[in-house]
Design a protein around this ligand. Structure first.
Ligand SMILES: *[C@@H]1O[C@H](CO)[C@@H](O)[C@H](O)[C@H]1NC(C)=O
Ligand SMILES: *[C@@H]1O[C@H](CO)[C@@H](O)[C@H](O)[C@H]1NC(C)=O
Ligand SMILES: *[C@@H]1O[C@H](CO)[C@@H](O)[C@H](O)[C@H]1NC(C)=O
Ligand SMILES: *[C@@H]1O[C@H](CO)[C@@H](O)[C@H](O)[C@H]1NC(C)=O
Length: 352
């Protein structure tokens, strides 16, 4: 066999391989498209177009709000989703929500003595980090779904989220910032990580502190205007827990147009959830002295400061504060929620 006949053979097998790859990849593409176009909508259509009734068993933190009328439709354009706090509708409710704070006092607060129909889902709801969720183990084996800010909750209801599409807010390093670093804190506890960082950081730079702890409470009306006078805001969570990023970031910093210095979950979590390049994570610094030096540098350098607002061109932030909006979300996610799930180790899930 000469070289000449050998070469086309290799070429031929290469062509064959290429063709094979082409066929394989296009059939993969075909099947994924098929899944998207056929299976997904079919799945939606299979879900009966019926009303979903959601019963809120306790008012979260004992504070009631109006549920009368078709709130999900009126406020959020979500249809066939009916909320009630009338516990006498228990037997007919599709979903019953239990807010943890009120349950922690004991199982006796649950309707365990009443008939729970086989297709009724019980939801454990908490927007608090694990340290504030006490007595969870007594609730093992009762709940079908979890509802929290965590991404891995069945019904994930974050305090805020990043969405694509610039918000058109043109930011300039406002010439009038009279304060370098601001912090609003109501429940200061010396044993918290954020307290240690604050105590250490304030030795290097001035920090304007507001809130009940400092006897300088801010009304809702004054909160954002006050914070917006600062270059930086300490979005320090009271607890460092998986995915726990509260309104301290989404509202206090982003809505005020201030660069947040964050302490909470890992940098990777903030990178996944917050707008790109929008924050300063304390884990990036070896010491609070280093952090202080950096903050002073950035505040003095208009270009460097404005870098932290670039994301406004491509992203915007949506905050969630309304319990009704969170509850209506259940209906949106309902068709995709798992059937036959039981949290036998709810405590384990909460603490993980
Ligand atoms: C859904 O609720 C609306 C308003 O209460 C009612 O008019 C309608 O009959 C209900 N539909 C079903 C299928 O139960
Ligand atoms: C936890 O449960 C026990 C007994 O059920 C109760 O005495 C205690 O007050 C509960 N703790 C909280 C914080 O509710
Ligand atoms: C800057 O701040 C001062 C004092 O707080 C205020 O009087 C003035 O109106 C502000 N100027 C602008 C452009 O916001
Ligand atoms: C919900 O959880 C309970 C366990 O408390 C279980 O008996 C029931 O089958 C579950 N319901 C659904 C609809 O999955």
């Amino acid at each position: 066999m000469s070289h000449r006949s050998f070469t086309p053979l290799i070429c031929g097998s290469r062509v064959f391989l290429l063709l094979l790859l082409l066929v394989l990849s296009s059939s993969l593409l075909y099947f994924s498209l098929l899944e998207q176009t056929l299976f997904q909508p079919k799945y939606h259509q299979d879900v009966p177009q019926r009303n979903i009734s959601i019963l809120l068993w306790h008012w979260p933190f004992g504070r009631s709000f109006r549920l009368r009328g078709d709130k999900c439709l009126e406020k959020y354009n979500i249809s066939r989703c009916f909320l009630t706090a009338n516990t006498s509708t228990f037997s007919s409710a599709d979903v019953v929500i239990f807010h943890h704070q009120e349950l922690s006092r004991g199982r006796s607060l649950l309707p365990l003595h009443r008939d729970r129909h086989a297709s009724q889902y019980w939801v454990w709801l908490s927007m608090e980090p694990p340290v504030n969720n006490l007595n969870v183990s007594q609730l093992n084996g009762l709940f079908n779904w979890t509802m929290s800010y965590r991404r891995d909750a069945d019904i994930s209801v974050p305090y805020g989220k990043t969405v694509l599409g610039g918000d058109g807010r043109a930011f300039t390093a406002a010439p009038n910032r009279s304060c370098l670093v601001g912090w609003v804190v109501s429940r200061y506890q010396p044993q918290q990580a954020r307290a240690a960082v604050y105590q250490s950081l304030k030795k290097s730079i001035p920090i304007q502190v507001y809130g009940r702890w400092n006897k300088k409470p801010l009304s809702n009306k004054k909160l954002l205007p006050t914070i917006s006078k600062c270059f930086f805001y300490l979005s320090f969570e009271n607890s460092e827990a998986t995915d726990y990023i509260s309104e301290k970031l989404w509202r206090n910093a982003f809505q005020a147009g201030v660069v947040p210095v964050v302490l909470g979950p890992s940098r990777a979590t903030y990178e996944a959830l917050a707008p790109p390049g929008s924050f300063i994570h304390i884990s990036d610094f070896r010491s609070t002295e280093d952090l202080a030096v950096y903050l002073k540098l950035v505040a003095a350098d208009r270009k460097a400061y404005e870098q932290y607002f670039q994301w406004h061109h491509t992203h915007r932030v949506k905050t969630y504060t309304d319990w009704i909006e969170r509850l209506c979300q259940i209906c949106v996610q309902y068709p995709h929620l798992p059937a036959n799930r039981v949290y036998d180790d709810l405590e384990g899930w909460v603490q993980s």
